[in-house]
Structure formats: structure tokens, C-alpha cells
Design a protein around this ligand. Structure first.
Ligand SMILES: NC(=O)C1=CN([C@@H]2O[C@H](COP(=O)(O)OP(=O)(O)OC[C@H]3O[C@@H](n4cnc5c(N)ncnc54)[C@H](OP(=O)(O)O)[C@@H]3O)[C@@H](O)[C@H]2O)C=CC1
Ligand SMILES: O=C(O)C1=N[C@H](C(=O)O)C[C@H](O)C1
Length: 265
């Protein structure tokens, strides 16, 4: 039987790509979409969707989850909405697969508890691209040899959150492998505020936003006489879809929340 899926954010850059991936995957059935516009319409009524996407659009999450008996809920929206959606999905025991970035640590912890209580699988993945997950794993490996590191993430200029979810997750994984260290000169001063980037446990994260970019990250490690750079580039949003697909399959067999694809790849 096909896995029944609801997508939130279908008109967005990622949402559109996910809708098409689900529609073209034999094992999946797109049952509904959640948006903050277009209540009562069909996806096929909206620009950019095929005529055969006869899928209802809801703006009321409770109505959507009560009327549609879905297995999995995929969210690609904005942090505030995604957090509310994830809570509602868990309460309805519809397994969330969340790509939206920008969750706080408190929100993640609360959702983890809720997933446990509801015994419902949930995956929150700051990056679905397999290459990006490997980049993060390699960075964690390198960090035990090279404690000095700076992260440079580069994204399109329509991105709302900074630093990216991927950069934060990378920093968290590096933090697990290295002893805390404040980097740079102890007396360094910023003559332009922010010049040294964001401080995460002593390491620096720099966020670049430019038209023309999609999603890119470099992790630069330095020690005496050498640097090591680990880089990943997503050239388009198709790069994320194999990861979304894998999460949909895997979340069906889970009964708790995991944060990051590195835990299941
Ligand atoms: N995990 C991963 O691998 C990846 C994650 N992302 C993350 O996914 C998210 C979406 O990115 P992207 O597709 O580029 O963003 P877009 O802005 O293109 O899409 C977001 C969509 O969500 C809609 N939206 C806004 N508020 C709500 C709401 N309350 N309920 C339902 N829908 C809503 C927006 O509608 P409107 O435009 O009308 O406001 C828009 O259609 C971001 O958090 C991004 O960081 C992105 C790429 C990869
Ligand atoms: O907004 C994006 O585009 C992306 N967001 C995710 C993030 O914040 O890390 C994943 C990827 O970098 C693309």
C-alpha cells in the first residue's frame, strides 16, 4: 500500500520539488497540502502544478489532519509555522519529516518528548542532501585533529534564517569532537560589528547571501602550516529529494524523534 503523505509549503522552492518527487514515486501518495493561502482549492488549480494533481489544499491544520488519514507529514515552510505543524502532526500520530530550519534547542527538546510520548517517528533534518550529511560527518572526524575551524555557509538571498540549519548542525557535531576553544587572537577587536561572524562555542560561522547561489558550505580547519577544507555544493533542489524519500521510508519504522540524517544514513 502506498505511503500517504501531506506536504506543507507546496508553493515554495522546496515544496514544489517535494510535491513532484512524491507524485512521481510509485510507493507514495500525496493526499493533501497545507498552505497559508488557497483554502479549498486543488493543487492543480494553482500555477506550476500539473492537471492531474487533484490534491486538496488546506489552511487549517486541525481540519487537514482530521479529514486526511495520512502516514507522513513533510514540512518545508518557515520555522514558526513548522514548529506548530510538527506538534499537531505528532498529536495526530502522523509522522513528521521536517526540512524547515530554524528550530530552537527548546523546541527540539519539546518535540522530542512529544514524539516519545506519542510513540511516533519524527525526523528533523537540517539538510537532506547525502553529500552535505557526509560533509558534516567528515568535519566531525577532522575536528578531533584540528580544533581550529571556521564555517562559511553561502545561500541564495531569499533565505530567512542565518546561520543555516546545516551550519548550526555542523558546529554541533564539531563541538562533540573537540575540546571547547575560543579561536583567534585573545585581544582581537571587530572594527565593523559582525566581521568575525557568529560565535558558536568559540568557533566562527560566516553567512553569505547572494542571488545566484543555492546552498553551499565550506568548513575550513587550520593548524601550523596547513589547512583542510571540506566543501559541499547543492546546485539545485533536486539534490535534497533522495534524502526526503529515504526519510519517508525510514520514519514509518520509527517511534521517536531524530535530529539529523547522520543518525540514520
Ligand atoms: N532540510 C533541507 O535539506 C532543506 C531545508 N530547507 C529549508 O526549507 C524551508 C523552506 O525553504 P524554501 O522552499 O527555500 O522556502 P520558500 O520561501 O520558497 O517556501 C516556503 C513556503 O512556505 C509557505 N508558508 C509560509 N508560511 C506558511 C504557513 N504558516 N503555513 C504553510 N505554508 C507557509 C510560503 O508561502 P508564501 O510564499 O506565500 O509566504 C512558501 O510557499 C526553509 O526553512 C529552508 O531553510 C531548504 C532547502 C533544503
Ligand atoms: O534555505 C535553504 O535553501 C537551505 N536550507 C537548509 C539549511 O538552512 O541548512 C539546507 C540547505 O542548506 C538549503
Amino acid at each position: 500500500m502506498a505511503i500517504k503523505i501531506i506536504v506543507a509549503g507546496p508553493r515554495g522552492r522546496m515544496g514544489k520539488e517535494a510535491v513532484h518527487m512524491i507524485h512521481n514515486t510509485e510507493d507514495f501518495a500525496l493526499t493533501a497540502c497545507l498552505d497559508h493561502k488557497n483554502e479549498g482549492m486543488k493543487l492543480s488549480d494553482l500555477e506550476a502544478f500539473q492537471d492531474d494533481l487533484n490534491v486538496p489544499v488546506y489552511t487549517d491544520i486541525e481540519k487537514c489532519f482530521s479529514e486526511q488519514q495520512a502516514d507522513v507529514f513533510v514540512d518545508l515552510t518557515v520555522p514558526e509555522a513548522a514548529y506548530k505543524h510538527t506538534k499537531a502532526a505528532l498529536n495526530h500520530q502522523i509522522r513528521p519529516v521536517i526540512g524547515t530550519t530554524g528550530y530552537t534547542e527548546e523546541q527540539l527538546e519539546e518535540l522530542k518528548q512529544l514524539a516519545k510520548e506519542k510513540q511516533t517517528g519524527c525526523i528533523i533534518a537540517p539538510n537532506f542532501a547525502v553529500g552535505a550529511v557526509l560533509m558534516m560527518k567528515f568535519a566531525k572526524m577532522a575536528a578531533s585533529y584540528f580544533p581550529d575551524v571556521e564555517i562559511i555557509e553561502k545561500h541564495h538571498d531569499q533565505k530567512l534564517d542565518a546561520p543555516s540549519g546545516t551550519a548550526k548542525k555542523t558546529a554541533e557535531l564539531i563541538q562533540e569532537a573537540r575540546s571547547p576553544k575560543k579561536q583567534g587572537h585573545p585581544d582581537e577587536e571587530e572594527t565593523i560589528p559582525g566581521a568575525r561572524g557568529g560565535d558558536f562555542d568559540g568557533m566562527r560561522i560566516h553567512s553569505m547571501r547572494l542571488p545566484g547561489l543555492v546552498a553551499h558550505q565550506e568548513i575550513v580547519f587550520g593548524s601550523a602550516g596547513q589547512t583542510l577544507t571540506i566543501q559541499h555544493d547543492s546546485m539545485n533542489r533536486a539534490s535534497f529529494m533522495d534524502g526526503v524519500k529515504e526519510c519517508v521510508y525510514q520514519v514509518m519504522d520509527m517511534d521517536e524523534l531524530i535530529y539529523g540524517l547522520e543518525n540514520i544514513l
